[in-house]
Structure formats: structure tokens, C-alpha cells
Design a protein around this ligand. Structure first.
Ligand SMILES: [Zn+2]
Length: 446
């Protein structure tokens, strides 16, 4: 039995059902589970983490990423393009990547997430050139120590068939479904506390066929796993849907079985009122990716309206070719600010955004064992030192996490195990990892 006592937290932000914030509070973790919460808990031989001067929150949850893209940050030809032009500039570069590129770039992205408070990340890997496999990223998550929800993405309609990606990057649809089955059987763990859960994720309506969308939904339900894709990202995306399918994306999704509490869609910037109502009624989730939406000029997703209607909303940093940062706490800050741009300063409070980043993520990924610090939940938590310069002078240390800083955690625990300690990764040296990434980058650019 391993026990950890997190002691003297300045504030414990539980995100429990009562949304309690407990001042001067301790937290006991036993075998990866939260066992006791309260002031002045006895040490009883537990390893002690002193959290004096710190805000302790549930670990943040990232619901949309393409980890391979940390190797294509700020590519000049893609810096100033809209979504479709951006993709066309990047596809040929991605086509040159191999398994080691996938692993190293995923470790870089996951390290960045860990340092900025994330304990669980999803990933959407939709291209498999040169022998790449989903397990390249699963290995990366184990190396960093994060909980991981990889999704088996796919593209099947190449340029010659009217799709957007080059023919060399698309796969045969039967082979895609077969590999989905392979990775679910090999890696998906449905039990509470699971470190890996696999999802099925054709890339987008403009890169796979209707048949693959429909079959993917049938397969996911047969296997009891979740469904994920990109939807209604910008005006081009809506225009494509209307021209090719004769309907808006919401209708397309509903017709093919892509609504329900086991489905979450990235972006949804352009959902209209009827689509928001459809998502609310069907409990279909949304991964909101505000920095990427800004970077590609896609617009501001109607998060306030979605939340008011009852749509489950979570946050995603999206891939590093369109963010290009990978900080989840910075993403939460951006999400907060943009809702205020759209609807006014009283539209979204810092605490509501923190809830979206924690409980919201757990709901969208179907993890009722995560997202809050309550008895019996898994011990995934972020410890933020608010005694430093960034938060100095803050009247409200909880709101400060989004309004001022710190931008990085002091400590991060996943399943009660340290992933970040004293601001440093426990399992990887960040500088060595960056150097390894620089070598992969030099190869890719050559
Ligand atoms: Zn994406």
C-alpha cells in the first residue's frame, strides 16, 4: 500500500458536486485513490507533500490534440492560411514522418501538457505513414506518466476521389476498421482507474466516406468505446458539408450515428441553434479549442450558448501545427477571454472555465472516476504554487490560475504517482527531450 499526504494546501479546489473550496486542507491518497480530505490529517507513515502556499486542483483534462504536430510548429507555408490551405501545406511534411518521429513529438506534447496541469490527454492520430502505429503514442504517454485516451483516426478519401488529403496519406477502409479492432483489443481498458482508453476517430467528414463514418460508429458501439472527429470547424467546413452531403454537419452526424453521450466532436465553432439543441438533447460532447480557432481564423465557438443549453463542453489544445503552444492552462485562459469578447465580461467566470477544464473533460471522455477531488475518485491532481511572482498581489488565488498565473504546476500527480515534481518532469529530462526533438526536426526538414 502506498500513501501520500498532501498537506497544508492554501486552497483545495474540489470540483465536487457542491463545488467546495477548502482552505488550509489536507488530502490523503491511497493506492492511487483519494482516501481522506480534511484539515490536520495524521501522517501515519505516508509520504508527505507540503502544499503550503499552493492551490490544489483536479488535474486538467485535454480532450483534443494531434501530438505528432509538435514537429510542425510554425511551418512558414502554413502560418497564415485558413484550414484547408493550412492542411494542404502540411500533408506532404506529415507524410515523411516515421514511428520515432511520432513517439518523440508525442512525448514533447505530453510533457508540455503535464507541466501546465494536465493529467489526462486524448490524442487524435489520423495518419499512419512509414509504419507508424497507434502504440508509438501510447508508449510516449507511458514514458511521461500521463493518463491517455488515444483515438485511432483515419483518412480514406484522397485528392483523386474528391477529398482533401494526398492519395499517399489515405488508407483502405477495411484496413482502417481492422486496425481499430486490433488497437481496441490490445490497449483499451474499460475499468475504473484505467491509464489507457482507446477511441475510434475518422479524421473529418471531408477526408473519409459516409460508409466509414457509419461503420466506425457501429464498431465503436459494438466494442463499447467512444467516437471522436472534427466537426463544423469553420465556414469552409459548412460549405463542404452543404455541397457534398446536402445538409449541415449536425444533420450529417445525426444521420450516421454520430450523436450521443459516447461521442465528442472537436471545434463545433459553427454549430447553429438547432445543432446546439441536438447536441444538448443527445448529450453529444464538444472539445473546444480556442487558440487553434484563433490561429486559423475560424471564429469563436458558442460555448456560453452550449453550456446554457446543457451541451457537455471540454477543452482541447488541438495540434501544435495550429496552436502552436500546448499549455492547457493557457487554453483555459484563452477560452475564458474569448467568451467575454463574444458575450460580455459577465459571460464566463474563471471558476466555470476551471470546471470545464476538469469536470467537463471527465464528462466528455466518460470518466466519472476523474475530474474532481472527492473520496473514491482517482488521485489525479495539480499543485500550483501561488506564492511566486505571477500571482503576487492576487486577491483570489483560485481565479488567479486563469487570470494571472502561475502558468506551470509545481507538482503533478497521476494515479497518486508523481509526474512533475518541483517544476520538473520526473521521468524525462525536458532539455534532453527538446534536443531529441531538434534532431528529428533536422531530419524532417532535410
Ligand atoms: Zn484537430
Amino acid at each position: 500500500m502506498t500513501e501520500i499526504l498532501v498537506r497544508n494546501a492554501r486552497v483545495l479546489v474540489t470540483m465536487d458536486d457542491a463545488r467546495r473550496e477548502l482552505p488550509e486542507c489536507d488530502l490523503r491518497l491511497r493506492d492511487g485513490v483519494i482516501a481522506e480530505i480534511g484539515p490536520g490529517l495524521a501522517t501515519d507513515g505516508a509520504e508527505v507533500i507540503d502544499a503550503a502556499g499552493c492551490v490544489v486542483t483536479p488535474g486538467l483534462i485535454n480532450t483534443h490534440h494531434h501530438l505528432f504536430q509538435t514537429l510542425t510548429r510554425g511551418v512558414p507555408a502554413a502560418q497564415d492560411a485558413l484550414l484547408f490551405g493550412w492542411l494542404k501545406a502540411l500533408y506532404p511534411i506529415w507524410a515523411r514522418m516515421g514511428p520515432e518521429d511520432m513517439r518523440v513529438s508525442a512525448e514533447v506534447g505530453l510533457a508540455e501538457l503535464a507541466l501546465t496541469g494536465c493529467t489526462l490527454s486524448s490524442d487524435h492520430l489520423y495518419l499512419y505513414p512509414n509504419g507508424v502505429r497507434l502504440e508509438d503514442t501510447i508508449e510516449a504517454a507511458a514514458n511521461i506518466g500521463l493518463r491517455f485516451h488515444p483515438t485511432r483516426g483515419a483518412m480514406s478519401i484522397g485528392e483523386s476521389a474528391g477529398g482533401l488529403p494526398p492519395d499517399a496519406l489515405v488508407e483502405d477502409e477495411a484496413a482502417i476498421l481492422e486496425d481499430c479492432i486490433r488497437v481496441i483489443d490490445a490497449f483499451h481498458d474499460p475499468s475504473p482507474g484505467a491509464m489507457v482508453q482507446v477511441g475510434v476517430a475518422p479524421c473529418s467528414p471531408f477526408s473519409v466516406s459516409r460508409e466509414l463514418m457509419r461503420d466506425a460508429a457501429l464498431l465503436a458501439r459494438d466494442k463499447g468505446v467512444r467516437l471522436h472527429t472534427h466537426l463544423a470547424e469553420n465556414v469552409e467546413d459548412i460549405a463542404y458539408s452543404e455541397a457534398q452531403f446536402g445538409c449541415r454537419p449536425g444533420q450529417y452526424a445525426e444521420d450516421l450515428g454520430w450523436t450521443g453521450p459516447d461521442v465528442w466532436h472537436a471545434h463545433c465553432v459553427k454549430l447553429d441553434a438547432a445543432e446546439i439543441e441536438l447536441f444538448a438533447r443527445s448529450r453529444t460532447g464538444v472539445a473546444h479549442c480556442p487558440c487553434s480557432n484563433c490561429r486559423l481564423g475560424s471564429g469563436i465557438a458558442p460555448v456560453r450558448a452550449m453550456r446554457d443549453a446543457g451541451v457537455p463542453v471540454a477543452l482541447g489544445v488541438d495540434g501544435s501545427a495550429s496552436n502552436d503552444a500546448g499549455s492547457l492552462i493557457a487554453e483555459a485562459r484563452m477560452a475564458l477571454l474569448l467568451q467575454r469578447v463574444q458575450t460580455g465580461a459577465d459571460a464566463m467566470a474563471a471558476r466555470e472555465m476551471l470546471e470545464i477544464a476538469t469536470r467537463g473533460g471527465a464528462q466528455v471522455l466518460g470518466r466519472d472516476d476523474l475530474g474532481q477531488l472527492a473520496l473514491g475518485k482517482r488521485a489525479d491532481l495539480a499543485i500550483w504554487d501561488v506564492s511566486g511572482l505571477e500571482a503576487a498581489g492576487a486577491w483570489d488565488p483560485v481565479a488567479a490560475l486563469l487570470l494571472s498565473g502561475p502558468g506551470r504546476v509545481r507538482d503533478l500527480l497521476v494515479e497518486g504517482r508523481a509526474v512533475v515534481r518541483a517544476g520538473q518532469l520526473v521521468h524525462r529530462d525536458a532539455r534532453a527531450l527538446a534536443a531529441e526533438q531538434a534532431r528529428r526536426l533536422a531530419r524532417l526538414m532535410a
